[in-house]
Each structure stands twice: as structure tokens, then as C-alpha cells.
Design a protein. Structure first.
Length: 515
């Protein structure tokens, strides 16, 4: 079992399996990335969410089965690399192999004659081999073609040790990637925050809407800075396809220095060791709500979350717990249409474009207990109407739910003396993801090493060339040579011809002995 686990075949299978078991993280929302999406999944799919949660499909990368594959791959690579590295180091220190007794068993071989003594010819061949080959010069005694016993000089040359070195570097880099990835998960932190134009957040756990850390996280690793969202701009094509999103921010550090930056998709704001990514955007209509006593019970902007509609039709909730001294709390839920489209009768049908050319909100009105004092955590983007009653209106003797339609600057009087609601204006909001992961740089280093090692292991040829030099009867030197490569090497014959080509200029006429 150990030999199987530490084989290269099993290591590659485990690497493929790691990619396969990571796939569910692309299909199901992950708590470490978007906890709100996980909560929404539970609301949308209550029957299957519990089962998926028991299988750790919302925490794929910290699940037992993913960790098992990860650790097995780590052990397999270590067990495969260590013995191969030891053997490779021994081969680097060893001399090239001895010249085989017979060259006829090699497909790539050659024979020629050269003027000069075997020592002189061997020196020319040694120079032709160059520094890329490690050489071993030796001599042996054997019978020549005429039956006489003569001393033959030999050359053993090898090149391509970089091929195995590249292979080992590639696998060592994979181990490095596994190590730094695990290290990054242990020391990282990540926070998500939603800012409305003009709002500010501080890089501290309490200032984030959600915050996730590794097991080795320490508060001292958080770099102190402050970010204010000054503006948000977006561009769309005529068919509502997004072209660009730009969040203009001001970064303030502890020394009091400030600088303005633009954050775009895939172009984060970078500080010393933290990155701030732009992950989402939308509209945050600003409302003012007065209760039945005329007191302002709520005033502020509320993010409305875009739906799947490319025209930014958005859903949102306004909670007013302080209305009417808390006895009759107010709640509003509804839809925002950035560019309201209407039918022939004037009824709003949806949004025609994502930019706010003619914004309108359509709200339902609820009165009762919002449940904010129950101690049970609630999603602030959903209105819990369990203990609330929907406000209705009567027209032509027919009672129907009240819907309030407002455009910026408009107000509506609520029935039964509940107060008024005013749609003030329509600022933008942006969602940011703040990440600190010191392993990213090292991941780039090891990825580069893995690529370089892979290129070396694929393209550096592993070759051996053997040459035997025997003095002929006419004073010339008979040169016999053979070459061998590891794997398929179409350039092997060409390489052997290149080495022997240095003898072409002084080659004597062919004799019966050559034949």
C-alpha cells in the first residue's frame, strides 16, 4: 500500500481527484465566501439544504473528505519525491556509464575513420561534445578486425540531468503550493462590507458585515486603515450589458496620510499586506419615515439587492422599529426600478435599463412586531411578517394590499394615521471584500517554479553517447559510436551525426577493414 501511495501514478490521480472534489464549491455557495447566500439557499431550498449541509457542501474546502484527499496528496508527493531526489543526487555524483561491449543492439549508431592517433581523435570528439555533456574517458583491450589484440580508447558522455531535476522541481513546487495554501488558510482573514456613497469602514472585525479568519489568525496581523466610498460609477451597453464599474475611494492610514484610488473589478485596492476587492454594487434609496405623532422615526439609505434581472430590478426592506413608540412598528418591503417601465394603463411593469433614468420604488406596508427584540438573528434584507399585518386599502368596496409608489422627492401618506414615507434620493452602494493572505506571493513563486520544472522535464533531452576508438592497420583511427535516449527523441541521430561531423574533413578513404 505504501508503494502504491508513493507512486507517481497515484500522485497524479490524487491531484486530479483534488480538482474533482473541489468542484462542489463552484456550484454551492460557501460560508467562508458568502454566508448570506448560504442563508438564502436555506430559505429557497429548505428540503435539500439540510442534507447538503450534512455533506459539508457549504464548507467544501474545510470538509473532512476534502482534507483527506489534500493530506493523501501531500503524503504521496513527499513519499515519491524523497527517494527519487536521493537517487538523482547519487547519479549526479556518479560518472557516466561504461561503454557497452556491442553497439549493434542500438538503433542509432555510426562508424567512420579519421586521420590521427586515437588520442588526437578523442580530443577532437571531446571538444565537439561540449560542456553540456558529462564525459568519462577510459581505455579497454579487445580484438580488432584482423584478430590482433589492441587497446581501444572510449568516451562515455551523458546529458539531460536537468530533465530529472525539472521533474523533481515540479513536484517539489506542488508540495510547496500545498504547504503555503494550508498556511494561508490558517493565518488569513477575510471580511465583507457594504458601503453607501459617503460611508466609511475601518479595517477592524467589528466594522465588517461578516468576518472570517483562520485558526492562527492574530488581531495584530490586521493593518490599520480606513476607506471611504466617495462615488460609484457604472457603464452599460445599450442592451444592458455591464462594461465597467468604478468605486472611487479615499484611503487613510494611521500616519494621517490619504490618497484617492479607483477600485475596479479584478483591480483591487492594495495596501501593504491587504487587498480590497469590489464584489458587488446596487442602489440604496434614502427614505425618511415619520410616525403618527409626526416624529421622524427613520431616516437613512437602505441597500436594495439586485435580482437576476440585468436591468437591476432590486428588492429591499425598510424596518422602522421606533415608529409610534414601538407599539406599532412599521415595515416596508418592495422593489426598486432604476428606469421604470409602464404599460398603456400606467402600471409599472419592470425596469427598462440599469441606469437610474426614471427611478421608482413600489412598497408594501406592514404594521406590527418586527421581531428585532426576540434575540433570534434575522436577515436584514428580508422582512419577517410573522407577527405583522399588511396594511390594506379599499377602493370601490374592494379591499386590497396597499402599495406605495414613489419617485425621488415624493412622499406618501400612510392610512390609519400611521405616518408618512418620503423617497429622498438614490445613492449607490458597493460591496467590498477585504482579504489578507500572505501566501499569495509564495503561491506565485511556487507556481512559477512548477511551470519552469514542467518545461524542463518535457523539453530537455536525456541522451547518452558512447564512442570507441581503435587504431587501424593503415595508421588511421576507426571510430565506432552509438547513442541512446530516454523516451522518444527524433533528434538523437542528428545529435550523433553532429558530434562525428568534426572528423569529416580528415576522413581517409574507406578500406576493406571498414567494410
Amino acid at each position: 500500500m505504501w508503494r502504491q501511495l508513493t507512486s507517481m501514478r497515484v500522485a497524479l490521480l490524487l491531484l486530479l481527484l483534488l480538482a474533482v472534489v473541489a468542484l462542489p464549491g463552484a456550484f454551492f455557495p460557501q460560508r467562508s465566501v458568502d454566508p448570506n447566500a448560504v442563508q438564502q439557499y436555506f430559505l429557497d431550498h429548505p428540503d435539500t439544504a439540510e442534507l447538503l449541509d450534512s455533506l459539508h457542501l457549504f464548507d467544501v474546502y474545510s470538509s473532512p473528505w476534502f482534507s483527506a484527499v489534500y493530506l493523501l496528496l501531500f503524503v504521496s508527493l513527499i513519499g515519491c519525491i524523497v527517494p527519487r531526489t536521493w537517487v538523482h543526487l547519487k547519479n549526479l555524483r556518479a560518472e557516466p556509464s561504461r561503454v557497452p561491449s556491442r553497439f549493434t543492439r542500438f538503433e542509432v549508431r555510426g562508424q567512420t575513420r579519421a586521420l590521427g592517433t586515437p588520442d588526437e581523435v578523442r580530443e577532437r570528439l571531446r571538444v565537439a561534445l561540449g560542456r553540456r555533456y558529462r564525459r568519462r574517458l577510459a581505455s579497454e583491450r579487445g580484438k580488432a578486425a584482423d584478430g590482433a589484440t589492441r587497446t581501444a580508447l572510449t568516451i562515455s558522455a551523458e546529458r539531460g540531468y536537468g530533465r530529472e531535476t525539472g521533474n523533481l522541481v515540479f513536484h517539489l513546487a506542488l508540495v510547496g503550493l500545498l504547504v503555503v495554501t494550508a498556511w494561508g488558510q490558517l493565518v488569513h482573514y477575510r471580511g465583507q462590507v457594504v458601503l453607501i456613497e459617503g460611508d466609511t469602514f475601518v479595517n477592524a472585525p467589528l466594522d465588517f458585515d461578516s468576518f472570517d479568519t483562520g485558526s492562527w489568525f492574530g488581531p495584530e496581523s490586521q493593518e490599520p486603515f480606513r476607506v471611504r466610498l466617495d462615488s460609484f460609477e457604472s457603464e452599460f451597453t445599450v442592451d444592458s450589458q455591464p462594461r465597467e464599474f468604478i468605486a472611487g475611494v479615499t484611503l487613510t492610514t494611521t500616519d494621517g496620510s490619504t490618497r484617492t484610488e479607483d477600485i475596479r473589478l479584478n483591480h483591487p485596492l492594495e495596501t501593504n499586506d491587504t487587498r480590497v476587492y469590489l464584489t458587488g454594487n446596487g442602489y440604496a434609496p434614502r427614505f425618511t419615515v415619520t410616525d403618527g405623532t409626526g416624529e421622524v422615526a427613520f431616516s437613512g439609505a437602505v441597500p436594495f439587492l439586485p435580482t437576476a434581472d440585468p436591468n437591476y430590478t432590486s428588492n429591499g426592506v425598510v424596518m422602522v422599529p421606533d415608529a409610534n413608540d414601538g407599539e406599532h412598528q412599521l415595515g416596508f418591503n418592495g422593489v426598486l426600478l432604476p428606469t421604470a417601465a409602464a404599460d398603456e394603463e400606467g402600471n409599472l411593469t419592470g425596469s427598462a435599463y440599469p441606469q437610474p433614468f426614471d427611478p421608482a420604488v413600489v412598497l408594501n406596508v406592514w404594521v406590527g412586531d418586527l421581531g428585532l427584540d426576540s434575540g433570534v438573528p434575522q436577515n436584514l434584507y428580508l422582512l419577517d411578517t410573522t407577527d405583522m399585518d399588511q396594511v390594506t386599502t379599499t377602493e370601490d368596496g374592494t379591499e386590497s394590499p396597499l402599495q406605495v409608489t414613489l419617485r425621488p422627492g415624493e412622499s406618501a401618506e400612510l392610512p390609519d394615521g400611521l405616518g408618512t414615507i418620503t423617497f429622498e434620493d438614490l445613492p449607490r452602494f458597493a460591496a467590498f471584500d477585504v482579504r489578507h493572505d500572505p501566501s499569495i506571493v509564495w503561491m506565485g513563486v511556487f507556481a512559477g517554479l512548477a511551470f519552469a520544472g514542467l518545461v524542463a522535464s518535457l523539453f530537455l533531452p536525456r541522451r547518452r553517447i558512447w564512442v570507441r576508438l581503435v587504431e587501424g592497420t593503415d595508421g588511421a583511427t576507426v571510430v565506432s559510436a552509438a547513442a541512446l535516449a530516454r523516451g522518444d527523441d527524433p533528434g538523437l541521430q542528428r545529435e550523433l551525426d553532429r558530434v562525428l561531423a568534426v572528423l569529416d574533413d580528415d576522413r581517409p578513404a574507406t578500406t576493406e577493414e571498414d567494410r
